[in-house]
Design a protein. Structure first.
Length: 171
């Protein structure tokens, strides 16, 4: 995944100017395996290997939305739903509703759920029934207005994931 995705993650960071993460699920956490800074990217507490509660990130929710229900239940039973900010989804019902919306939309959102003043959009990387990971773009709320948050970034992420998927399958 890293080999196929890394050039596209770099390209997305260059194109958006923002922070781009490639994450996988490991032991019920979202784990950063690639991190690229665009020229305007914020410097936050993200680094390669960082484990983040999976429900509190757009990337994590994008992955959860495409996992088997039994795996999601196992993760929630083991890790719970700790609140990181006032906006963090912290009930199973709210998370399940959001996961259904993510499946329908194809992208996930983090609207100040992990860090105050930071918005993030993510798309999952899925091969058949297997969730391989996810790619996200994060930016301060001051630069991630509604149009960019709900339209521009989701389109860029879907294009990036499509390129990664093609490279995974055919290279």
């Amino acid at each position: 995944l890293y080999t196929a995705a890394n050039p596209h993650v770099t390209s997305l960071a260059d194109d958006t100017g923002e922070l781009v993460n490639l994450m996988i699920e490991e032991h019920g956490y979202a784990v950063i395996i690639a991190l690229k800074h665009g020229d305007a990217a914020v410097d936050i507490d993200s680094y390669i290997g960082r484990r983040i509660p999976i429900h509190a990130t757009a990337n994590g929710k994008a992955m959860l939305a495409h996992m088997p229900e039994a795996r999601v239940d196992e993760i929630l039973d083991r890790r719970g739903l700790p609140r990181l900010t006032d906006n963090t989804v912290s009930t199973t019902e709210a998370l399940q509703n959001e996961l259904a919306s993510i499946r329908a939309a194809g992208v996930a959102y983090d609207d100040e759920e992990r860090l105050d003043s930071l918005r993030c959009v993510a798309a999952p990387i899925v091969d058949g029934d297997t969730v391989l990971g996810g790619v996200s773009v994060s930016a301060p709320t001051s630069r991630m207005g509604e149009d960019r948050f709900r339209e521009t970034m989701p389109e860029k992420l879907e294009n990036t994931v499509e390129l990664i998927t093609i490279d995974l399958r055919y290279s």
